[in-house]
Design a protein around this ligand. Structure first.
Ligand code: FAD
Length: 492
């Protein structure tokens, strides 16, 4: 039986482990932390439970597919519900808008609140579905680094529809052309942040993202986001996968341009070398090269691309409940372009940032003590370049409290009874993501948006890459897809 080492128990690593165990490999997952999930993990604080990273769950079929692949009923491991209300939007001028899951209802609400014709919303969502349909088969489910992908029937469909995919203009330009109301432009520009990009630079192709939420749906796992990790780890273990925690891989061993194993350390022993036939790295691709293979040739152009945004997250235990808030809430900035310029050019956080608040206790009441709410407050931030984070975080905390207090008409500062903070430095130290970026390289230019690192090495035999920093991209669905693509090319 061939032996595989997977470096990292992030969602990409766990999904790969399941697929390879199913193919008949003997799989060992080496994880530096004492827990699985990487960004997709959780923690408890003073009677509150918080999902640490991702809060929006789309394309649950990709999770279910892993159970079905091995003949298991997904419901025995994992349950989720579809949200009737996708997101609650707030602006400083007291405008409020709910993005309903039902498209007609959402479109009517947009028309009633902002005057933007409902039909335009429906047309936009139809176009988003079209873009997704073209790109899903070509880009999201296969390797762009194999000649066969470019000569397939799916590719032909892509070439024929190239002008309609929005590759040559920016997301903001496309949205400004379609919508008159700046609030609706801002609302749809926000989807660039779903892969850490700037709507004023990223190609309009990323207008495929709203399709996931509006045409397919936004979902919530009944036991919290972390249950995606927990249920998949359980499935992997049921298939015989071995998880080695607190086991940090320090080197990928290569002999004659072929992997021969790994060197790792755990709490009781240092520098353990172990032979493997195949190595899959779920560690961010940049440190995989720079730290685990310092003597191999590096794809520098790719690794040096600017990184996606990171985030500053305040986890707040709030001793009050707010009826006007839902699971997902956005408090928009007044000047969105200035906010992105501040982030991607000045590399700091705007004085008036857009604030995202996720409250899982709305749907899972035991996540907070009675009468309270667990607020996950995320502000987009630049990747870590050694900024004075302590000052940026202190200023941002103040600005966020003032903004949310203004809009909700209540002094939030008085309601925070416990707090934990995550920032680009700690995201980097906890998950090894280059510069603490949430989604690997940014998609702020066409090259970066479509050409991420392949899911395999073209120089070193039997070395593969999965996770949010490589093809097809960041976020839970794409990290799971990366595992599917990589596993397809790993021969048992
Ligand atoms: P990661 O989660 O990056 O995990 C990598 C794992 O590898 C870690 O456990 C790490 O400890 C381990 N590792 C690294 N190096 C080594 C080594 N040398 N040896 C052993 N182990 C090692 N996505 C969404 O879909 N929806 C969202 O709403 C969303 N919001 C987000 C909010 C935040 C705050 C963050 C941080 C991310 C968010 N994302 C979201 C992105 C999503 O979390 C990631 O794209 C996805 O979880 C990445 O998974 P991954 O497989 O790349 O692994």
């Amino acid at each position: 039986m061939k032996k595989v080492a997977i470096i990292g128990a992030g969602i990409g690593g766990i999904s790969t482990a399941i697929r390879l165990a199913h193919k008949g490999f003997e799989v060992s997952v080496f994880e530096a932390n004492s827990y699985a999930g990487g960004k997709l993990s959780s923690f408890d604080l003073n009677g509150y439970r918080f999902d640490a990273g991702p809060s929006l769950f789309t394309l649950p079929n990709l999770v279910e597919e892993l159970f079905e692949l091995v003949g298991k009923n997904p419901k025995e491991y994992f349950e989720y519900t579809k949200l009737p209300d996708i997101c609650h939007y707030f602006w400083e001028d007291a405008t409020k808008l709910t993005a309903w899951a039902e498209n007609e209802r959402f479109a009517k609400e947009v028309e009633d609140v902002t005057g933007e014709p409902a039909q335009k919303i429906l047309d936009f969502l139809k176009d988003s579905a079209f873009k997704y349909e073209v790109l899903d088969g070509l880009f999201l489910q296969d390797s762009l680094h194999k000649f066969s992908t470019w000569t397939s029937a799916k590719a032909l469909k892509g070439y024929l529809n190239l002008p309609k995919l929005g590759i040559f203009g920016t997301m903001n330009d496309a949205n400004e052309k379609l919508f008159k109301n700046p609030k609706i432009v801002q609302l749809f520009n926000r989807y660039a942040t779903y892969n850490g990009s700037d709507p004023y630079q990223t190609p309009a192709t990323l207008n495929i993202i709203p399709h996931l939420e509006y045409n397919i749906g936004a979902f919530f796992p009944k036991k919290g986001m972390v249950s995606i990790t927990n249920s998949l780890v359980k499935l992997a273990e049921d298939l015989g996968v071995q998880f080695l925690y607190e086991s940090k891989v320090e080197e990928i061993l290569v002999e004659k341009d072929k992997v021969s194993g790994i060197r790792y350390s755990n709490i009781s022993e240092k520098n353990i070398s172990k032979a493997f036939d195949v190595v899959v790295s779920n560690m961010d691709v940049t440190p995989t090269y720079r730290k685990l293979m310092p003597n191999q040739k590096h794809p520098d152009r790719l690794l040096n691309q600017p990184k996606s945004s990171s985030g500053v997250i305040f986890y707040w235990g709030i001793k009050k409940q707010f009826a006007e808030l839902g699971l997902h809430n956005i408090f928009f900035s007044d000047d969105y372009q200035q906010e992105f310029n501040t982030m991607f050019q000045e590399k700091t956080i705007s004085q008036d940032p857009t604030v995202y608040i996720n409250i899982t206790s709305k749907l899972k009441p035991d996540d907070a003590p009675e009468g309270c709410e667990n607020w996950f407050v995320l502000i987009n931030a630049p990747a870590n370049e050694g900024q004075n984070w302590d000052k940026i975080i202190a200023d941002t905390r103040q600005n966020v409290i003032q903004k949310v207090s203004r809009i909700l008409g209540e002094n939030i500062a008085d309601l925070i009874e416990c707090e934990e903070i995550l920032d680009p430095r700690t995201i980097e130290s906890k998950t090894s993501s280059a510069q603490g970026a949430l989604y690997g390289n940014s998609s702020n230019n066409r090259y970066a948006a479509f050409l991420r690192h392949a899911n395999f090495s073209s120089k070193i035999k039997n070395l593969y890459f999965v996770g949010g920093s490589v093809h097809p991209g960041g976020g839970i669905p794409l990290a799971i897809s990366s595992a599917k693509i990589a596993a397809k090319y790993i021969e048992a």
